[in-house]
Design a protein around this ligand. Structure first.
Ligand code: LLP
Length: 431
């Protein structure tokens, strides 16, 4: 039997989330439907804050907006006091619209445009620089605006981490960051720029990391760099350790490290160095997945069941709605939401409606007997779920609902056929 997280429960054979019956939610809002439990996000945020501040009071959580950029989710986190790791002008606008303070944002990214830099300068948002080329471009933009912009550089710590190679971001061969061996020269160059002031340092080693040691290793690399930069005269306002803490997608007994495990492994590494240097910068972290992943389920309706060499359950959500299984071979727990109390009686493969063989949400799962019209729930889809959805195969993206203590409302409507057309223009010779 699947171990359900605290925001999910089974009542009268139905799966509930945040006190709401999933079969009613699917009936009201249609499927596919992402359903997010607000309290779970607030709890995760507070879990981080409590764990970090136990070790050091000057900590800040910058939610990685890329994981789930719905405005309502950003608003919830803004209410809690979070900042955000933003990776595009779009994410900057959303975070500000949600009520986040510009000073609590860090504009990350290895390939920013002049417009991105202009926006950061105009709004007073700090920028994490990824190259010397970017440094001179930002300096020029700030000069034109008659302003000085505060920056950090992203360090590439050359760490091999235990995760899917596509989401390891701090390998020596990765496109991100400046090698630790070259970082001093980058800060020297920044110190000589009139319109840029280096006030921080930034790092990210990868995502869905279930070991704590790589985070401690990263902190040790960063602290070595911080010590050298301190000697160079850099005045640190923040040290940003990045995100990356993994979650347990398998609900049959596996566990992920806790926020306390994380804080206990990394914060003392930093505070030891801070005390030695006599500095007190803020420590920032940028969690995405571990903040929102378990807050959300994806509800998808069974269109048909086909008994072939396997039993295929054809549902209405495919990799257009949730790409993670197709892209990273990732595992998501699957339940039959309207038979949630029934015992498994067979092996089923849950497949989407997309015209590709790889459109499989779940392989060979033990589930109760399923028929057309049943409702399947895919768990832990709050991070990189809707955020990576597409309109492939001419399908509008689905709706997102928010639930809170038995109350439900939409936080994004489903796209219509008209939405599929709205950005299309016809070249003159085809009119
Ligand atoms: N900060 C930076 C600079 C990042 O690149 C990322 C994620 C984060 C923070 C948040 O990391 P998290 O706490 O979520 O692990 N689409 C992939 C994950 C890509 C992560 C990319 N960077 C997936 O579905 O597994």
């Amino acid at each position: 039997m699947v171990n359900l997280p605290p925001n999910l429960s089974v009542r009268n054979n139905h799966l509930f989330i945040g006190g709401c019956d999933t079969t009613e939610l699917a009936g009201t809002y249609g499927t596919p439907l992402y359903v997010t439990d607000e309290d779970r996000i607030r709890d995760n945020y507070q879990g981080y804050v409590t764990a970090l501040s136990l070790y050091y009071p000057r900590t800040r959580v910058l939610y990685a907006a890329k994981a789930n950029g719905n405005l309502s989710i950003l608003k919830i986190l803004a209410q809690e006091g979070a900042g955000a790791d933003v990776f595009s002008s779009g994410e900057v606008h959303l975070a500000l619209l949600a009520g986040m303070q510009p000073g609590f944002l860090l504009f990350n990214g290895s390939s920013k445009t002049k417009e991105d830099h202009r926006l950061a300068v105009e709004k007073g948002i700090r920028v994490s620089l990824d190259s010397l080329d970017e440094l001179s471009q930002l300096n020029q933009v700030a000069k034109e605006a008659g302003k000085v912009v505060e920056v950090s550089f992203r360090v590439n710590p050359a760490l091999d981490v235990p995760t899917h190679p596509k989401i390891a971001t701090g390998l020596a061969t990765s496109k991100f960051g400046i090698p630790a061996t070259e970082i001093l020269d980058a800060y020297k160059a920044a110190l000589s720029c009139e319109h840029v002031t280096p006030v921080g340092i930034h790092c990210h080693i990868g995502s869905q990391i279930l070991d704590i040691e790589p985070f401690a290793q990263e902190a040790r690399v960063l602290m070595q760099v911080v010590s050298e930069l301190h000697r160079l005269g850099v005045k640190f306002a923040f040290v940003d350790l990045g995100g990356g803490l993994g979650v347990a997608y398998d609900h049959h007994g596996s566990a992920a490290p806790t926020f306390s495990d994380y804080a206990g492994a990394v914060i003392p590494v930093c505070t030891d160095t801070f005390s030695r240097l006599g500095i007190q910068p803020e420590i920032w972290i940028e969690p995405g997945r571990s903040m929102v992943c378990d807050s959300t389920i994806l509800l998808t309706r069974v269109n048909s069941v086909k008994r072939a060499h396997k039993t295929f359950v054809n549902v209405d959500a495919g990799f257009n709605t949730l790409i993670r299984p197709a892209m990273y071979d990732s595992f998501h727990e699957v339940l039959v939401a309207n038979r949630a109390g029934e015992a498994a009686c067979g092996t089923f493969t849950v497949t989407g409606p997309i015209c590709e063989t790889g459109d499989i949400l779940a392989h060979d799962r033990q589930l109760p007997d399923i028929t057309a019209g049943d409702l399947v729930a895919v768990l832990d889809t709050g991070a990189y779920g809707y955020a990576m959805a597409s309109q492939y195969n001419g399908r509008g993206r689905c709706a997102e609902a928010l639930v809170r203590k038995g109350e439900a409302d939409l936080m994004r409507r489903a796209e219509t056929t008209q939405d599929l057309m709205h950005a299309l223009v016809t070249p003159s010779w085809l009119k």
